[in-house]
Design a protein around this ligand. Structure first.
Ligand code: GLY
Length: 348
């Protein structure tokens, strides 16, 4: 088991990689705990949950809305949860987002921790303290930064994930490798079979590498005023694809990373060979699909991006495998590159 600490100016969060999720029972207070999960996780693991009240939400992005927060807050009140209460989220990114946001605002904030059950949340979403819900079709508009006391990442839970969900998470693991860890990138290149088999030891090692990188970034820039922006590599185009309803988060980000890689190549930040290695790795796991979103639609979605500041946005480029750089560029440039990229795809 690997223990990784995220230390910010105001909080400390322990990420336990390879810990058996059922040991969570011994890490909780004796009373005042509620568990928030989703119906899929409840079906598979519910009979082994610690003995506390369980509130389950519908799986998927549609639960990231204010009505769900309101409903859960009412349930917490009815269960007599006061300021000494503790929310344990057991689930993937959506459950952690919803439970984390609720914990941060209920009675002005109560304690929380996560058992992270998907690859996407283990390598990225559950660590770093971001939470959030959507507003209409704009993602994560309402939310804040609040570190969970601990996060358990048990790779054995990944065996029950549907393929699409597993590969969606793999895209975020590849993202970390591209922006921050060349060794991880090579390890993913070399271990195709082991990854497909969901080898627990291999996944533990790779999740640990991903979380270690994220912990170093978040410990330096918790509130995303600088360095943390690099974690959004592939997300400008990716969010637009995801919001179109055409792809799960990871698949959308994979395509977003491919476009951002081509953009980086055009800018002379990476070599043809490095760009090919990135594309090949994404293709090796069938993460790149055709979406054919019209330019005007991408334009509207990118203009809605909450990370846009005035007419500019922070765009993440890759400048070598394992390295990323943030540049503030005009939104118009992001849009015109998309048109250029798409027309090139039609020609080939
Ligand atoms: N998922 C990006 C971040 O946590 O900052």
């Amino acid at each position: 088991m690997e223990r990784i600490i995220i230390k910010t100016q105001t909080a400390r969060s322990e990420i336990l990689i390879g810990e058996n999720w059922e040991s969570v029972d011994g890490m909780l207070p004796g009373s005042g705990v509620v568990i928030i999960t989703d119906d899929n996780v409840l079906d598979i693991y519910g009979d082994r949950f610690p003995q506390f009240p369980v509130f389950s939400i519908a799986p998927g992005e549609r639960s990231k809305m204010f009505e769900v927060i309101e409903l859960l807050a009412e349930k917490l009140l009815s269960a007599g949860i006061d300021r000494t209460g503790f929310i344990l989220a057991i689930g993937g990114g959506v459950v952690c987002d919803v439970a984390g946001f609720l914990a941060s605002i209920y009675l002005r904030g109560i304690r929380c921790a996560y058992v992270s059950s998907t690859l996407l949340s283990q390598v990225d979403a559950s660590t770093g303290g971001k939470n959030g819900i959507n507003l209409g079709n704009t993602k994560n508009v309402l939310g804040n930064f609040r570190q969970p006391e601990f996060v358990i990442c048990d790779p054995s839970m990944l065996h029950t994930l549907p393929d699409e969900e597993f590969f969606s998470g793999l895209a975020e693991l590849i993202k970390t490798a591209i922006i921050g860890n060349e060794r991880l990138f090579e390890m993913i290149e070399r271990n195709h079979e082991g990854i497909l088999r969901r080898d627990t030891e291999l996944l533990s090692l790779m999740i640990g590498m991903s979380v270690n990188f994220k912990a170093s970034v978040v410990s330096e820039d918790e509130k995303e005023s600088g360095l943390r922006r690099i974690l959004n590599f592939g997300h400008t185009y990716g969010h637009a694809i995801e919001i179109s309803g055409l792809a799960r988060h990871g698949f959308a980000v994979a395509s977003g990373m491919e476009i951002a890689t081509s953009f980086s190549l055009l800018k002379g930040l990476i070599s043809e060979r490095e760009a090919s290695r990135i594309r090949d790795l994404l293709n090796q796991f069938n993460l790149l699909r055709e979406y054919n979103i019209p330019d005007y639609q991408i334009e509207q979605l990118i203009l809605h991006d909450k990370k846009k500041t005035g007419t500019d946005l922070h765009f993440i480029f890759v400048n070598g495998i394992g390295k990323a750089v943030v540049e503030k560029i005009p939104v118009a440039e992001v849009l015109s590159f998309y048109k250029y990229y798409k027309s090139g795809k039609q020609i080939t």
